[in-house]
Each structure stands twice: as structure tokens, then as C-alpha cells.
Design a protein around this ligand. Structure first.
Ligand SMILES: NC(=O)c1ccc[n+]([C@@H]2O[C@H](COP(=O)([O-])OP(=O)(O)OC[C@H]3O[C@@H](n4cnc5c(N)ncnc54)[C@H](O)[C@@H]3O)[C@@H](O)[C@H]2O)c1
Ligand SMILES: [Zn+2]
Length: 454
């Protein structure tokens, strides 16, 4: 068998991720080695069971096992389905030696993982992801959970799997829409943390559906390696793991504003990546060339980068709401170069205010891609504003902030606010004064009263 392995080093929760074709025999070997005599409880969904049900049975021949197929789809990622999994485990007399196998896409992985995290205060589980999204993203990292009517993934637990078995040949039966959705997370991984992956994707964008087995293997492995490395540094998402949210601040807002189930998660993430790249380019951080390449890559992969029926007001009110907290800013991953990304705190009000300009640019670009020619009179350079300078200044990028102000003054030498900015942002100014100036400028720009409690 052709397989290889990657280890996620998390102390006593360390586990291996196996990659290969026909991972069945490897899986069998692993179970016999680590769970001799234990019972196996496979959780899958009905679609996956209809394709792989026979294989699962054949592959577990000789090992005591039970199989439970939940309804497919995001609507079934709920408490009732979790309860159904508890009943399945209880009726099969699952004890702490039982092994839960999440066999399916991200939904099955999140549900089965959550049930395993909580049943008997935690039983071991492994992941056998069968969609591209679950192979490159959800099966690694230990996030599990389900949705409430009030919002997505509102209940969850961190519970690391004991092993992950990734077989790219499962993708042969996956429909094109779901395959493409998974590509959004692959693009995210390349852009945020793996330049070689990014370059491979850009070079092969037009033939992504015709990738060879070897190419799929490499793309998936590189994405997983990036995610695993981030998870090793920050298992519980208290800091750097937020890098994995690249494209998700706006992506989640679009997903929520569209109404869950309308856009696939990956489709919303693809839009989020494109929108956020324009935002961070306008801030003067993401190089224009990178943002343009990303747009082309996503379009060539077949993503639609706007949802015309979605009102900007709906997107704006959903921005920052996915965590159900009244925050005034968000730690946003921002691309500085292909494969390199930093976390910046960005005022949500600024992000909201930028949405119309971002959407206008997305639309213009999409038209250009369709007609294959440049429109006249559409300046590509970022529109610099004083607020952007304030944000850069606050993030410690003082040179960038000064450049923005100088650009404004070169266009409008009499701009009073820019002149005032220059006067108040001299070297040696204390951090407190800089912060006060930053907040003051934001308040002025949006007409907010920052003096009262929030
Ligand atoms: N835990 C995490 O870290 C994390 C990360 C990202 C996303 N997620 C979650 O993952 C979920 C999305 O996962 P998904 O995109 O895999 O969706 P999914 O699990 O719904 O799978 C997509 C569809 O493909 C079908 N399917 C699965 N494998 C197949 C195969 N090999 N051949 C044919 N059909 C197959 C499924 O039945 C389903 O209809 C979301 O709920 C999201 O919140 C979790
Ligand atoms: Zn995602």
C-alpha cells in the first residue's frame, strides 16, 4: 500500500494522520494493534453509507462493530442527531474501551466527535474524512460540535481524535460542488501558510478537476501539514490558531446572511477570502499582485465571488456576529505575502464601512474576468483614507500609516484632517495618546460616541 504519515504533537493527545490509497487495510491494522477486543461504533451519514456501507462492513469483518447512519446535511447537525448517536452507543453497550469512528464529511466528524467527547465523559474516536473539506480541515484539530437554531456550532468541545485516515480516492465519488467547496479551504491553507502550495494551486487552477491522484495527495497533505502545525502551537484557539480563520470573518457573515444551507461553507469562505483580500489590500497590507492572483485563482476554480441577492446591510449586520458577542473589533488574519499571514485587530465598523467598496470591486473584477478585458478608468490603486492610516498606526505599522497620509496630502495638500493627523502623530508620542487619537479618528469618521460604556 502506498501511504505516509504525519504526527500532530500534542503531548498525551498526540496522534498520527495517515495518508494513502486504500487506507482500509491500514485502518484494520491500527485497530487490531490499539483496540484489540474493543467494539467499534461507526457513525456515518446516509449518503456515505449508500456508497461505502458495504465497504465498511467488509473492512471491519472479524471486528465487533455497529454502524449508525445519520441524515445528511447541515439541518441534521443538531441536538436530536447527537442524542441519536448517544442512543446508538448506549444500546450497543459502548464502554470506555469502545472506539467511535467518524466516517464521512465534516458534519459527521463534528457530530460523532462531539458525541465521543461527551459520552461517558469522553471515549476515543478516530476520523475517516470523506470530503475534501473534512480531509484538509475539519478532521484535524479536535473541534467538534453541533448547531442550535440560534446559530452554527454554538455547542461544542475540543476532543482530539486518536488517529485520522485520509484517503483521497474517496473524493472520486464526491460531487463537484462539494469538491470545489473544499478547494476554498485548500486555497486558504496555501495563502495563509504554505507558499509552495499556493504556487501549485495558481499554476494548476484551470485544471483542478483533472488533478492526478499524486497531485491530490500532495495538495491535501500540504494543507493538513499547515493546519496540524498551527494546532500544535495553539490547540484551543487562544491565539495563532485564529490564522485558520482567514476568509472566515466575511465568509461567516455571508454564510449567515444568505441563510444557513444556501451557500456551502466552502463557497462562503471562497467569497470571504476574495473580499478580505481586497479589504487588506485597501489597508495597504496585502500586496495588490497577491490579491489579484487570488481573485483569478478562485474564479478559475469556478467560485462565484458575490451573492447578488444579499443586501449589504444584511452582510454588515452579520459581520462579527458568528461568535455571538457584541465586539467592537475582531482579530483578523491578514495576508502579508503568499504563505504568510498576521493577526490584526480590526474595528468591525471599519470592515462594515468598507463592504460597499469591496463589493463594487468584486463585481468589476468579475465582469472583467468574464469579458477578459480591462475596463477603462478603473484605478487599481487602493483608496487611502485617514482611518486606514489610523488602523496601521495602531497596529504598529507607523511607516505605512505615514505613507498613507503622505499619499492623501499629495492628492489634496490642503486636507485639514490629514494635516492634523501629521501634526498629532509625531515620533515620541506616547502609546496612550496614539490610541486616543486612533479612537477619536474612528469616532469622528463614523459619528460614534466612544465616551460612554459599551
Ligand atoms: N471541526 C472543524 O474544525 C470544522 C472545520 C471546518 C468545517 N467544519 C464543519 O464541517 C461541515 C461541512 O463539512 P463538509 O463540507 O464535509 O460537508 P458534509 O459533511 O455535509 O458533506 C457534504 C456532502 O457530501 C456527502 N459525502 C461525504 N463524503 C462523500 C463521498 N466520499 N462521496 C459522495 N458523497 C459524500 C455527504 O453526505 C454530504 O451530503 C460544516 O458543518 C462545518 O461547520 C468543521
Ligand atoms: Zn472553514
Amino acid at each position: 500500500m502506498n501511504s505516509d504519515m504525519l504526527t500532530v504533537a500534542l503531548g498525551e493527545r498526540t496522534y498520527d494522520i495517515f495518508f494513502g490509497e486504500d487506507i482500509y487495510s491500514l485502518f484494520q491494522e491500527w485497530i487490531c494493534r490499539f483496540y484489540p477486543g474493543g467494539s467499534v461504533f461507526v457513525v456515518t451519514d446516509r449518503n456515505v453509507a449508500s456508497i461505502y456501507g458495504e465497504d465498511i462492513r467488509r473492512w471491519l469483518t472479524g471486528i465487533p462493530h455497529h454502524v449508525h447512519a445519520v441524515a445528511p446535511g447541515e439541518e441534521a447537525k443538531n441536538w436530536e442527531t447527537v442524542q441519536g448517536i448517544y442512543t446508538f452507543l448506549a444500546q450497543g453497550n459502548a464502554d470506555r474501551d469502545a472506539l467511535v469512528v467518524a466516517f464521512g464529511g465534516g458534519i459527521v466528524g463534528d457530530l460523532a466527535g462531539f458525541a465521543a467527547a461527551t459520552y461517558l465523559r469522553g471515549v476515543p474516536y478516530i476520523q475517516v474524512p470523506t470530503t475534501l473539506l473534512s480531509q484538509v480541515d475539519s478532521s484535524v484539530g479536535g473541534k467538534t460540535g453541533f448547531n442550535l437554531p440560534e446559530g452554527k456550532n454554538l455547542v461544542g468541545a475540543f476532543h482530539q481524535p486518536r488517529a485520522v485516515f485520509i484517503d483521497h480516492t474517496f473524493l472520486r465519488t464526491l460531487d463537484e460542488r462539494n469538491l470545489r467547496a473544499g478547494m476554498a479551504e485548500v486555497v486558504k491553507c496555501g495563502l495563509a501558510g504554505d507558499r509552495t502550495l499556493w504556487e501549485t494551486l495558481c499554476a494548476n487552477a484551470s485544471r483542478w478537476k483533472a488533478l492526478s491522484d499524486r497531485e491530490w495527495h500532495d495538495i491535501i497533505r500540504r494543507s493538513v501539514a499547515f493546519k496540524a502545525a498551527v494546532v500544535e502551537k495553539d490547540e484551543k484557539e487562544s491565539s495563532v490558531r485564529r490564522i485558520l480563520n482567514l476568509g472566515h470573518t466575511i465568509g461567516h457573515a455571508l454564510e449567515q446572511a444568505a441563510g444557513y444551507g444556501k451557500l456551502l461553507h466552502g463557497e462562503a469562505v471562497a467569497m470571504g477570502l476574495a473580499w478580505e483580500a481586497i479589504f487588506s489590500r485597501r489597508l495597504g497590507i496585502t500586496p495588490q499582485e497577491v490579491e489579484e492572483k487570488l481573485h483569478v485563482l478562485l474564479r478559475e476554480t469556478g467560485f462565484v465571488l458575490d451573492e447578488p441577492g444579499l443586501a449589504l446591510s444584511a452582510i454588515a449586520s452579520a459581520v462579527g456576529m458568528d461568535k455571538k458577542r457584541a465586539a467592537s473589533d475582531v482579530a483578523m488574519p491578514i495576508v502579508t505575502a503568499p504563505g504568510s499571514c498576521v493577526l490584526k485587530r480590526v474595528p468591525l465598523s471599519l470592515l462594515r464601512k468598507e463592504l460597499p467598496a469591496i463589493r463594487a470591486e468584486i463585481r468589476r473584477r468579475s465582469r472583467e474576468t468574464v469579458v477578459g478585458s480591462m475596463e477603462e478608468g478603473t484605478p487599481a490603486s487602493p483608496v487611502r483614507t485617514i482611518t486606514m492610516a489610523d488602523v496601521c498606526w495602531d497596529q504598529g505599522e507607523k511607516e505605512m500609516a505615514r505613507r498613507i497620509i503622505d499619499e492623501i496630502l499629495s492628492r489634496e495638500p490642503e486636507n485639514r484632517r490629514a494635516l492634523e493627523w501629521k501634526r498629532t502623530h509625531r515620533e515620541g508620542q506616547g502609546a496612550e495618546a496614539a490610541l486616543a487619537a486612533f479612537l477619536g479618528a474612528i469616532a469622528k469618521e463614523y459619528g460614534y460616541d466612544l465616551s460612554g460604556p459599551h
